[in-house]
Design a protein around this ligand. Structure first.
Ligand SMILES: Nc1ncnc2c1ncn2[C@@H]1O[C@H](COP(=O)(O)OP(=O)(O)OP(=O)(O)O)[C@@H](O)[C@H]1O
Ligand SMILES: [Mg+2]
Length: 361
């Protein structure tokens, strides 16, 4: 019996499509290290993110199509991921080793932006990606409390750069590390941009797949300066379902569109209430408004996060729920959203490479 040919295996694998990138896994360059010995086939499936939402599905489909080739007796597939770097339209020497910057924004304060940013960042980190998180909310920094980090960061003797403390595998930086607690700081828009630029430039972030930035709430000057200074891959908008929050979402969408920052999608936080004792689900704020806004604006909807006391209790105690209760349904929601975000980043990079930028003015 003749041995299986590499060409046959590749041909079979062209039938496996990546549902986000709409291309087959061979043309996407995902197949690496193919080895064939008689009827035994092994290869690596190198995805664009370790948080890929369909990685097990792609692996199983690959095994199935190759196993169906006559003469194949064994198929071994190893899953790996290599996060690609986004090419920015504006050249910048800020963060040269950071592949993707994901900003988390909200039109209105207090909607759970920081809680969401922290849990998504931890979920990305737990998937195997290298992750940093920057608290750009210099008016009311919350990461020191949410991640239970105190004190000023050390400085590298060699480079003079600040060494970000590490929490749950993520590098963390916050203006809160340099401020007295409960001391309000008065910042004007341009100063915010400068302060945040320093937290990017003067911090030893090293190589990162994703840097998550918790932006200050609102869509004013401060956010505008930031989006112009920082090479943002895409922004996630967090909203609660009330009308007043949703009308601010529209403002946020318009602002980011104006400055040409891609919107990765919208999240509805405190979407519905799950009773901790009986599990009953109450739609306290007429849930689903953010989904409607997202659809109306042609935006991607990333998911609903319930209003849940375990989410705020763990955030307030300094351990994000994704770490404190890794097997809870709430954690599953954050993981699903993190996977969608990572898939969006990969999709946008791929689309940017496929199509030339068309300027219509
Ligand atoms: N899904 C949720 N369920 C329950 N409590 C939540 C949820 N999300 C956030 N919270 C709580 O709501 C409060 C506000 O959240 P958070 O600080 O994350 O909001 P924010 O949008 O970052 O606020 P700010 O505008 O002040 O930066 C916190 O006490 C937090 O623990
Ligand atoms: Mg906040």
């Amino acid at each position: 019996m003749s041995s299986v040919q590499e060409q046959q295996v590749l041909e079979a694998l062209t039938r496996v499509m990546d549902p986000d990138l709409h291309r087959n896994i061979v043309s996407l360059g995902f197949i690496k290290n193919m080895q064939i010995q008689g009827g035994e086939v092994s290869f690596t499936l190198e995805l664009t993110t370790p948080a890929c939402p369909v990685k097990e599905q792609l692996k199983q489909q690959s095994i199935d199509v190759v196993a169906a080739i006559p003469g194949v007796t064994k198929v071994q597939v190893q899953l790996t991921a290599q996060v690609r770097a986004t090419q920015h339209k504006v050249a910048t020497d800020l963060l040269p080793a950071v592949k993707n910057v994901i900003a988390v924004a909200s039109g209105k304060g207090g909607v759970g932006k920081s809680t969401t940013a922290v849990n998504l960042a931890v979920a990305l980190s737990q998937s195997g990606a290298s992750v940093g998180i920057l608290d750009a909310d210099i008016y009311g920094p919350s990461l020191p409390r949410m991640l239970n980090i105190a004190g000023k960061p050390a400085q590298s003797e060699e480079t003079g750069k600040l060494l970000p403390p590490v929490a749950h595998g993520m590098k963390v930086m916050s203006m809160g590390f340099f401020m007295e607690e409960d001391t309000p700081v008065v910042w004007r828009g341009p100063m915010v941009g400068m302060a945040v630029e320093q937290l990017l430039r003067d911090v030893d972030w090293g190589e990162l797949d994703y840097l998550v930035i918790d932006l200050p709430p609102g869509t004013g000057d401060a956010q505008l300066t930031l989006t112009q200074k920082v090479p943002i891959t895409g922004v996630i908008i967090v909203s609660t379902p009330q009308d007043v929050a949703l009308s601010d979402v529209k403002k946020g969408i318009n602002m980011f569109k104006k400055v040409d920052v891609p919107i990765l999608g919208i999240i509805e936080n405190m979407s519905y209430f799950l009773c901790p004792s009986c599990g009953h689900r109450s739609e306290i704020f007429s849930h689903g408004g953010a989904l409607r806004e997202a659809v109306a604006a042609g935006m991607n909807f990333l998911g609903h996060i319930p209003l849940d006391t375990t989410i705020c209790e763990n955030a307030d105690a300094g351990t994000p729920i994704v770490v404190a209760l890794p097997d809870s349904p709430q954690t599953a929601v954050y993981r699903q959203i993190a996977a969608k975000v990572a898939a969006q980043v990969a999709t946008r990079q791929f689309e940017a490479k496929q199509f030339p930028t068309i300027i219509t003015e």
